[in-house]
Design a protein around this ligand. Structure first.
Ligand code: SF4
Length: 206
C-alpha cells in the first residue's frame, strides 16, 4: 500500500520539463518543514492505494509524463516498486525529492529532480550529501533561493561538489525574491545554471 495525498493532472511547473502536461502523484508525509512550504496539507495522512489502483487511475489522463512528488515520496518503501512498474509501462517518470533521503534505490530510467535545501528553508542541515554523487546525467538538481545568502551558499555547493556539468535549476522563493534580482546575480557571476520561475505558483496552478 502507498499512502497518497492526491493524484491530479496539471502542467509541470518546474524542472526542464516545465510547461508540459503531467500527471502528479503526491505521496503523503514529509520529514521536513521548509519555511516556504506550499503543500503543508501533504504532511497529513492521505488515502491508501494499491500500486495497480494508482496505475489504473493515472491511465485515465492519457498522459505519458508522470511526476512522483510529496511531501517526501521516498519515505515510503513501496514507492520504488511503483516507479519500477511505471517505467515498465513506458511512462516518463520524474521523481521530485527533497534531497534528504537516499536516492540509490530509484529506478535508473526515472529522472530525479533533487532539491538541495538552502539555508533560508530552515532545513539545509538535513541534506543527505551522498546523494550528490549518485545523480545521473539525466537527473536535475534544484536550488530554491530566498536571498543573497542562499545564492552564495548554492554557488559554494556547486563549486565544492563539482556540479558544474550537471543540470542545475535556480528558482526564487515565490513572494520573497524576484526572478529579476536572481537573474542579475546569475549574469553577474557568469555561472551556467537554468533560471526558472515556479510556474505553478505564478499561474496559481495546482
Ligand atoms: S520538502 Fe517539500 S513538502 Fe516537505 S516541507 Fe519542504 S517544501 Fe514542504
Amino acid at each position: 500500500m502507498i499512502n497518497i495525498s492526491e493524484i491530479f493532472y496539471s502542467i509541470q511547473g518546474e524542472s526542464t520539463y516545465l510547461g508540459l502536461p503531467c500527471v502528479f502523484i503526491r505521496l503523503a508525509g514529509c520529514n521536513l518543514r521548509c519555511s516556504y512550504c506550499d503543500t503543508t496539507y501533504a504532511y497529513e495522512r492521505g488515502k491508501d492505494y494499491e500500486i495497480n489502483d494508482i496505475i489504473c487511475k493515472i491511465k485515465q489522463y492519457n498522459c505519458k509524463l508522470v511526476e512522483i512528488t510529496g511531501g517526501e515520496p521516498l519515505l515510503q518503501n513501496e514507492v520504488f516498486l511503483l516507479i519500477d512498474r511505471l517505467v515498465e509501462r513506458k511512462f516518463k517518470v520524474l521523481v521530485e525529492t527533497n534531497g534528504t533521503v537516499d536516492i540509490s534505490k530509484v529506478n535508473d530510467k526515472a529522472v530525479i529532480v533533487m532539491d538541495i535545501k538552502c539555508p533560508s528553508s530552515g532545513e539545509s542541515s538535513k541534506v543527505f550529501w551522498n546523494n550528490v554523487f549518485k545523480i545521473k546525467e539525466s537527473d536535475e538538481i534544484k536550488f530554491v533561493i530566498g536571498d543573497k545568502r542562499d545564492y552564495n551558499w548554492a554557488r559554494k555547493v556547486i563549486n565544492e561538489y563539482k556540479l558544474e556539468n550537471k543540470t542545475i535549476l535556480f528558482s526564487p522563493v515565490f513572494g520573497k525574491l524576484s526572478i529579476k534580482e536572481l537573474y542579475s546575480w546569475v549574469l553577474e557571476s557568469n555561472i551556467y545554471v537554468r533560471l526558472q520561475p515556479q510556474l505553478h505558483k505564478i499561474c496559481n496552478l495546482k
